[in-house]
Design a protein around this ligand. Structure first.
Ligand code: AQP
Length: 329
């Protein structure tokens, strides 16, 4: 049986190297195993205030970046979340089967509530329920995500299992797919924190469309330590992060990379990390520019994908309505 793979990305900034290594580039890899359904999750993005003009542009550029990262739109669906209203409809139903205490334990909520203390809205709190709806609507088998989304994915599984206990076989319980290297790429300026596309300091992240000289500058100024020794060791988050990025971009193991740079200084190492990123992103950047010059094509991808995704989602929603006791239309 063909597997269904679902994942999403928020248009809350430009896709970073963290999003790319931890999630998006794996979308095309694992979609070889079945049908990929990928979404630019704009409904999630508005849990934080967005500028409308910028948001609209970013939704389209994020879609182009996903395609440029290797997800084939002929074989997979790549749609805009707000174009399939079943996401909100199922989300409401799941809200009624999710406990306040469960949502209060979500670390992303706690982090974001601290960061956006003047806007702790209900959407920020129920964000994981919408994410559960995204996944469960498609009877998803596999969800490729970075490690920061593991807790949300566990919650989606818990909600599905709980509802299956009341309404037999209502949902397929999904599995996560988390890469072995690069599941949590760290900030370049504060390596104890994860790299995030909405970080107000652009030096903290590399966006996948950064120019080569920007990538070089950001890598060369990345925070490391004063040991001046290249090794992957406990307590050296900056060094470990650069080795992880190097390994993820070249395919070389961390051990082999450590051996390659033995005896070299941080300057040479950081330059090599930057060169590996520049080389790895160059084809993607060319494809991205080509796609952005063709808005008609992007439109055809998201329109067709939303139609197909909407048809699958409508069937799941009808099954849920039927089992929980709603009257059919
Ligand atoms: N630093 C990271 N390393 C590895 N994977 C990461 N992901 C995010 N950051 C890293 C993975 O990227 C996918 C898309 O993420 P998202 O857009 O749904 O939201 P997020 O996890 O909150 O990512 P950001 O970049 O930190 O966005 P903002 O700044 O808006 O909150 C997910 O699979 C995620 O695991």
């Amino acid at each position: 049986m063909e597997k269904t793979i679902f994942s999403g990305i928020q248009p809350s900034g430009i896709i970073t190297l963290g999003n790319y290594i931890g999630a998006v580039r794996n979308w095309s890899r694992i979609s070889e195993q079945g049908k990929g359904i990928f979404s630019v999750v704009d409904l999630h993005a508005i849990t934080v205030r967005q500028d409308p003009k910028e948001l609209r542009e970013r939704i389209l550029s994020t879609l182009a970046m996903v395609i440029a990262s290797g997800v084939d739109p002929e074989k997979n669906l790549i749609f805009i979340q707000s174009h399939v209203s079943a996401h909100c409809e199922l989300s409401w139903i799941l809200n009624c089967y999710t406990m306040f205490g469960e949502l209060s334990r979500m670390t992303q909520f706690k982090d974001k509530a601290q960061r956006y203390a003047d806007n702790i809205n209900a959407g920020l709190f129920t964000y994981p329920v919408l994410m559960a709806a995204d996944i469960l609507l498609y009877d998803t088998d596999l969800v490729p995500v970075g490690v920061d989304q593991k807790q949300h994915l566990e919650l989606a599984r818990d909600i599905a299992t709980r509802m299956n206990g009341i309404f037999p076989k209502l949902f397929k319980v999904p599995e996560g797919y988390i890469p072995s290297v690069g599941a949590k790429v760290m900030s370049l300026t504060q390596p104890e924190k994860k790299m995030s596309k909405s970080d107000p300091n652009p030096k903290s992240y590399i966006s996948i469309i950064d120019e080569p000289d920007q990538i070089m500058k950001k890598c060369r100024s990345a925070v490391t330590d004063s040991e001046n020794r290249i090794a992957y060791e406990e307590g050296r988050p900056g060094m470990n992060n650069l080795l992880t990025i190097y390994s993820a971009m070249t395919g070389e193991t961390i051990e082999a990379a450590v051996a390659r740079f033995e005896g070299q200084g941080y300057g040479a190492f950081k330059t090599a990390v930057a060169e590996a990123i520049i080389a790895g992103l160059s084809p993607l950047q060319q494809e991205y520019r080509r796609l952005m010059a063709d808005p008609g094509y992007l439109r055809s991808v998201y329109t067709r994908s939303a139609e197909e995704a909407g048809a699958i989602a409508a069937k799941t929603l009808a099954r849920v309505h039927e089992q929980i006791g709603f009257v059919g239309r």
